[in-house]
Ligand binder design. Structure first.
Ligand SMILES: [Zn+2]
Length: 311
């Protein structure tokens, strides 16, 4: 859905007694109404989740928003869900602003092992000290605000979501959005992540883009079901013969606008890579080593299922 047709979201809005949303002011085709950033905390201490892409009007908006919450409110920590520029690009300008006048702001993020880092991660880390977040780490903001880190790879390898204990809510970053579907790098990881999030049976979701989702668990189940249906369709076709990702995409998606065809083929190819990871399918020529970064190199190669053992 183009951002112009989405319902507008106000630049600043209180969403609960401890959560406020401040827009990153970067609407676009991939960012929907722009990136959501969240100030979280019941008392004067706030943690900021994500910081937009670095729009020049964002820091003044953040300062005004914080002041509107309370003249005593301050940001003690910034948590970055993942290393995509629309989520961390505003970090430097916040750290150089009056919001960090005492140099008190600490920055936290899940840090990948060096061999898994891409250029963006390396640049991000070289700028400042980042505290490493681990899966299941707790952040105690105040007596009424407790946050649990959930490591949620799939959209990207370094992605974390955050469980807000007192609200049974999850800040989902780019794992679950307020509108439409999510782009992912690794479907096997992404499906595990959705199961992991669903285990919390969340009520509310605070997504990285788009409006608050009130029926969180239901939305996560919808995401899981639609991916499972697609996989079932692919496996069903592959029981008949071997297929390329392009042929499968043509067969499954009969009416796709030209501009989306590459995305559809990529989606099918990522399903095939998931089946490969699970030991259920293989490239007929025996080649391996494909992933989300070189996926288009194999979309004309044939795939087949491993024969199922008779029980
Ligand atoms: Zn992202």
């Amino acid at each position: 859905m183009p951002s112009s047709r989405l319902p507008p979201l106000p630049d600043f809005l209180q969403l609960s007694e401890r959560v406020w949303r401040v827009m990153g002011l970067n609407p676009g085709r991939f960012t929907l109404q722009g990136t959501n950033t969240y100030l979280v905390g019941h008392g004067p201490r706030k943690i900021l989740f994500d910081c937009g892409e670095g729009h020049p009007d964002y820091v003044p908006l953040l300062e005004a928003s914080l002041h509107q919450i309370s003249p005593e409110a301050y940001i003690s920590d910034i948590v970055i869900t993942h290393c995509h520029v629309d989520h961390f690009g505003g970090l430097k300008s916040i750290m150089n602003s009056s919001l960090n006048h005492g140099g008190q702001i600490k920055v936290h993020k899940y840090i990948l092992p060096v061999e898994d880092m891409d250029e963006q991660d390396i640049v991000f880390q070289s700028h400042m000290h980042i505290d490493h977040l681990n899966d299941e780490d707790f952040l105690h903001v105040d007596d009424h605000t407790t946050i649990q880190t959930i490591y949620t790879p799939g959209h990207s390898k370094d992605h974390c979501s955050f469980y807000l204990v007192e609200e049974n809510a999850i800040l989902t970053g780019d794992c679950v959005l307020g509108h439409g579907t999510v782009v992912f790098d690794d479907l096997a990881d992404y499906m595990s992540t959705l199961h992991k999030l669903n285990a919390f049976k969340p009520g509310r979701l605070y997504p990285g883009h788009g409006p608050v989702v009130e029926n969180g668990s239901e939305r996560i189940l919808q995401y899981l079901q639609s991916r499972q249906q697609r996989e079932d369709q692919i496996v069903q076709l592959m029981t008949q013969r071997s297929w390329t990702a392009v042929d499968l995409a043509e067969r499954i998606y009969t009416d796709v606008p030209y501009a989306l065809q590459a995305a559809v083929v990529r989606g099918v190819a990522l399903h095939l890579l998931k089946l490969e990871k699970e030991g259920r399918a293989r490239l007929s020529d025996g080649s391996t080593g494909y992933n989300s970064t070189n996926v288009f190199e194999m979309v004309h190669k044939e795939w087949s299922l491993f024969p199922q053992p008779r029980l």
